[in-house]
Design a protein around this ligand. Structure first.
Ligand code: CS2
Ligand code: MN
Length: 357
């Protein structure tokens, strides 16, 4: 297992690479060029600069999260071929810099969704939460709340400049159901997989978060069945998954350790996001994120790490969202402290399980 830590870059991340370097057992920075517009080629010189920053801090530059996929590709618009060509070029450029895994997602319109980014836990820390009753039925209402600032936060994919065009975006998806979205994914995979195979870069798709239907938009990576369908679109170890324990775990039907076992055994899981969540109601439809410990949430992190250790997992793993603790401000879910505690706990589980094998 190779432990990574997400870093949002010099401009955007209050966490420094030098700090990440001091977390015991972290060998990789998981990062991206955040200012290249979606759909454009990532320039070689910018990749080289980023790599230089990461490697000179003593960390590896082998996992990118994310190279986002343009909505024209997801919706199958006529402009998609150009965007796909750009994506192929980005894969080549990243491969030349030694990148082995690219995390991406195929979520329509926006990335993850929460109803609160600073939900207060009993111990005084803050975490992100999702309570469906706080969500308006009409996405326009939520968009309005976010744009007017009354919600007080932004989420990836919900940036004001994007929301300005969000009506058009929703309109583009009006005729895209789950089968069509999968067909568009197949078109994309058919085009990029030969490049991935040639340059030895594995694509690792991130689950939909939360893993259930929202605002009538199609969602195609919610559970094991979805994964089997995606796998069949292009049979190759390069067509692979990011298994995000928190995202999949938000649906109590998902047996996360079993999913990990199956897909690690098949060599389709080069990247794992480890995170815990706690259900907040009887029906398990609401949750907040929690510290990584099993006892802090609803997921059994021991079983999750065991599923990896039992299968001699050699891929990459990073702690996913943590809480904001010890007065740390900054990016919700991505503070230094709680994720660092998560790393230490996960490494402890790993060592104990391995020594007992
Ligand atoms: C991440 C995702 O911040 C997060 O929760 O796990 O947003 C992830 O980076 C993207 O969906 C992957 O493309
Ligand atoms: Mn994740």
């Amino acid at each position: 297992m190779k432990m990574g830590f997400r870093w949002f870059g010099e401009q955007n991340d209050p966490v420094q690479l030098a700090e990440i370097r001091q977390i015991p057992g972290v060998s990789q920075a998981v990062t991206a060029l955040y200012d290249v517009p979606v759909g454009q080629v990532w320039p070689k010189d910018r990749i080289a600069q980023l790599k230089q920053a990461v490697t000179s801090a003593g960390l590896g530059f082998e996992v990118i999260e994310s190279v986002n996929v343009h909505d024209d590709i997801k919706t199958g618009q006529s402009g998609r071929d150009q965007y796909i060509e750009n994506y192929q070029q980005t894969i080549k450029n990243l491969a030349e810099a030694g990148v082995k895994v690219i995390c991406y997602n195929f979520m329509p319109v926006f990335d993850w969704l929460r109803t609160d980014l600073t939900y207060q836990l009993p111990d005084g820390s803050n975490a992100m939460a999702y309570q469906p009753e706080m969500l308006p039925d009409d996405p326009n209402e939520l968009i309005h709340q976010i744009m007017s600032g009354s919600k007080g936060f932004e989420m990836p994919g919900w940036e004001p400049e994007r929301l300005a065009h969000v009506q058009q975006l929703f309109a583009k998806y009006r005729h895209v159901d789950a089968d069509q979205l999968r067909a568009n994914l197949k078109y994309f995979l058919d085009a990029i997989m030969p490049t991935c195979e040639k340059y030895d870069v594995r694509m690792a798709m991130h689950p939909d978060d939360p893993p259930f239907l929202l605002f009538g938009l199609p969602r195609i990576y919610k559970n094991r069945d979805d994964m089997l369908k995606i796998e069949q679109l292009y049979e190759s170890p390069y067509n692979a998954f990011t298994i995000c324990t928190g995202s999949l775990g938000e649906n109590p039907q998902n047996d996360v350790p079993a999913i990990i076992r199956e897909f690690v055994q098949k060599d389709r899981a080069p990247f794992i996001h480890a995170r815990n969540i706690r259900f907040m109601n009887q029906t398990k439809t609401a949750f907040h994120e929690s510290a990584h410990l099993s006892s802090a949430g609803s997921l059994d992190m021991y079983e999750i790490v065991k599923a990896l250790a039992d299968n001699d997992y050699e891929g990459y793993l990073r702690p996913d969202h943590g809480r904001n603790i010890w007065g740390e401000q900054g990016r919700p879910g991505y503070g230094l402290y709680d994720r660092a505690l998560g790393v230490t706990y996960l490494n402890g589980l790993w060592e104990a399980i391995r020594k007992n094998q």
